[in-house]
Design a protein around this ligand. Structure first.
Ligand SMILES: [Zn+2]
Length: 316
């Protein structure tokens, strides 16, 4: 009797072990075969902290409130002070070119080491001429394109008057500014651009371990080309400036997953007639758990980096 009972017990143990192993194998198979999750990124995103004052040795990125337009000032600390780069100088209704020249002069900036106008649209280059006239611009990077709008031609006249030429943007080119560097990720093929937005120069800025990606108005088509030509690691960043003011034709799921940012910034005007940012892009960001800051709600947004972490500068 006792023997039988112990045999029963043994069988029970064996059955449980077999069941456990089967569950384990099934779990392993489903884990191995599950498609790679593009959306969601890491759920454990680094919270962007805030500080009232930036350390003098920290890099700053100012997403200037220029309404339904883009203008981003990057300030890189150097031994002698600060080197400055302006990415876009856009104007929009209610925001004259003096918003940008005034912003630079308020900070005492009289020299830009680099000015990049991402593409020939007024909301990205409307104040380029005035900026060139107001400060010394040492290097100008532009997309190679045949644009004939008055503001674009005006920019070239201002360059001529100061004896300046420009560097045509080239995918893969890297530039040094202080201890930061930036790399051109796109456009990939300027000769076959169908949508003017796709001339947009897309830039990756690296400072220590931190990185920022700026996209101009590049559409999903340009994003797909860039993803094809660059390693996915080229896009992974802490902060992503969302393409085209949050238009649904930019910031595709694949591009967003490659960037996998801890924070997204949208530069757009309050109550703009384009409906930017669109529900689609807001949903994509929400699905990927990416926190968002918008210039239409916050005004100018200033971020800083100490090479290890990005934080937001606030006036509180
Ligand atoms: Zn734009």
């Amino acid at each position: 009797m006792a023997r039988r009972r112990s045999k029963k017990k043994q069988m029970k143990i064996i059955k449980s072990v077999v069941a456990f192993v089967i569950v384990l194998i099934l779990g392993l198979i489903s884990w191995l075969t599950e498609p790679w999750q593009y959306i969601g990124g890491d759920d454990d995103k680094t919270e962007i902290g805030t500080k009232n004052e930036a350390n003098i040795s920290d890099l700053q990125v100012h997403y200037i409130d220029v309404g339904q337009a883009d203008s981003i000032l990057v300030r890189v600390p150097t031994e002698d002070g600060t080197e400055n780069m302006l990415i876009d100088a856009g104007t929009s209704s209610g925001y004259s070119d003096e918003v940008i020249t005034g912003y630079l002069s308020d900070l005492g900036i009289d020299t830009l080491t680099y000015m990049i106008i991402t593409h020939p649209h007024l909301d990205h280059g409307g104040a380029a001429e005035e900026v060139i006239e107001a400060v010394d611009v040492e290097n100008i990077i532009l997309p190679e394109c045949d644009a004939s709008q008055a503001f674009w031609l005006g920019m070239f006249e201002a360059m001529d008057a100061k004896g300046l030429s420009y560097i045509p943007s080239e995918m893969g080119d890297t530039y040094q500014i202080g201890e930061a560097s930036f790399t051109i990720l796109g456009p990939v093929d300027v000769d076959n651009v169908k949508d003017t937005n796709d001339y947009s120069i897309v830039i990756r800025l690296d400072y220590g371990e931190t990185s920022f990606v700026f996209t101009g108005d590049a559409t999903v088509e340009s994003e797909e080309q860039m993803l094809e030509k660059n390693p996915v690691s080229a896009f992974k960043c802490d902060v992503l400036k969302i393409g085209h003011h949050g238009s649904r034709t930019s910031t595709g799921e694949e591009f967003l997953a490659a960037c996998d940012p801890d924070l997204a910034i949208i530069s757009c005007g309050a109550g703009n007639s384009y409906g930017h940012p669109t529900e689609e892009v807001l949903d994509r960001l929400a699905n990927a758990n990416v926190p968002l800051l918008r210039t239409d709600l916050e005004g100018t947004i200033i971020l800083a980096s100490d090479k290890n972490e990005v934080y937001r500068l606030t006036n509180d």
